[in-house]
Write a protein that binds this ligand. Structure first.
Ligand SMILES: *Cc1c(COP(=O)(O)O)cnc(C)c1O
Length: 274
């Protein structure tokens, strides 16, 4: 890969917004390094910068600053942004003809969007039901056919994570203000994981969660780590633990997260929905 253009005043990150992103990114990277050190870990987690509501120009700036993983939670926005980013950062990825960034889909996915997501997403963090596994697998098959017919190279397997709902009690028993954040229940994880593992076109990677609103994230992330340990005893390669956002990345790193999904603290507040 050729080095991105990092000279001051030049390249996609050379403007004022680029300098702002560079400074925020350095702060977040510093927090991750400190948390990794404090946890006595030698393996640095992967930072996925969540770019939802921010323009493709920001993804291009981030790519120029060395970010390789970005996250989105709505297909329509992600699809357009992935296409636009490809044009903006043409040449940035260098001569190995890989895309400049890897797109991680992290939001709840409607089944009718699966056919689009398999065109641009390297990973899907939010598998929450068996029917979605089947739909994704079928969509991957059709996508590989489409590529073959168009004379394009086959795409990689779609990396899949089971999203787990870590809210401690069933919805009807939850105290006000303690919200579920989507996902399968902990006792559904094993069956969903197996369905992914045997599905054509998909690769089981691990588990994902969002800390329950209004609760200390540490016990929730500890529970996620337990579920991950149970999963890897059956599937040794399914080691990803996707957890931790701007507010709780330190607790996630302490609990063993391998992938952090950070939006606000890198990009600033999200613009109001238009
Ligand atoms: C938006 C989002 C994030 C990033 O949240 P920030 O608080 O902006 O860091 C992480 N994970 C998911 C699933 C999200 O939707």
């Amino acid at each position: 890969m050729s080095a991105p253009d990092l000279q001051p005043g030049r390249g996609p990150a050379g403007d004022e917004r680029g300098r702002e992103l560079s400074a925020r990114l350095a702060t977040v990277r510093g927090r991750i390094a400190a948390a990794t050190h404090a946890a006595g870990r030698s393996d640095a987690p992967t930072l996925i910068v969540v770019t939802k509501f921010h323009p493709a120009a920001d993804v291009a700036r981030l790519a120029a600053l060395g970010v390789r993983d970005v996250g989105e939670n709505r297909d329509q926005e992600a699809r357009a942004k992935a296409a636009e980013t490809e044009v903006l950062v043409e040449g940035l990825a260098g001569d190995d003809s890989t895309a400049a960034v890897r797109w991680h889909f992290i939001g709840q996915l409607q089944s009718n969007k699966a056919k689009y997501v398999v065109r641009y997403a390297a990973a899907l963090h939010s598998v929450d039901r068996a029917s979605l596994v089947d739909t994704l697998s079928a969509a991957m098959g059709r996508e590989q056919d489409r590529r073959r017919e168009a004379g394009l190279a086959a795409r990689d397997l779609l990396d899949c994570l089971v999203q787990v709902d870590l809210a401690p009690r069933p919805a009807q028993d939850r105290p006000a203000g303690i919200g579920a954040r989507g996902g399968a229940t902990p006792d559904e994880v094993a069956a969903l994981a197996e369905r992914i593992a045997v599905a054509d076109g998909l690769r089981l990677r691990g588990v994902m969660a969002v800390a329950p609103l209004g609760l200390d994230p540490a016990p929730a992330f500890a529970r996620l780590a337990e579920l991950s340990a149970a999963l890897t005893s059956t599937y040794p390669d399914a080691t990803w633990i996707s957890a931790g956002m701007s507010q709780d990345l330190e607790q996630a790193v302490a609990a063993g997260a391998t992938h952090l999904r950070v939006g606000t603290d890198v990009l600033g507040p999200r613009p109001p929905v238009g």
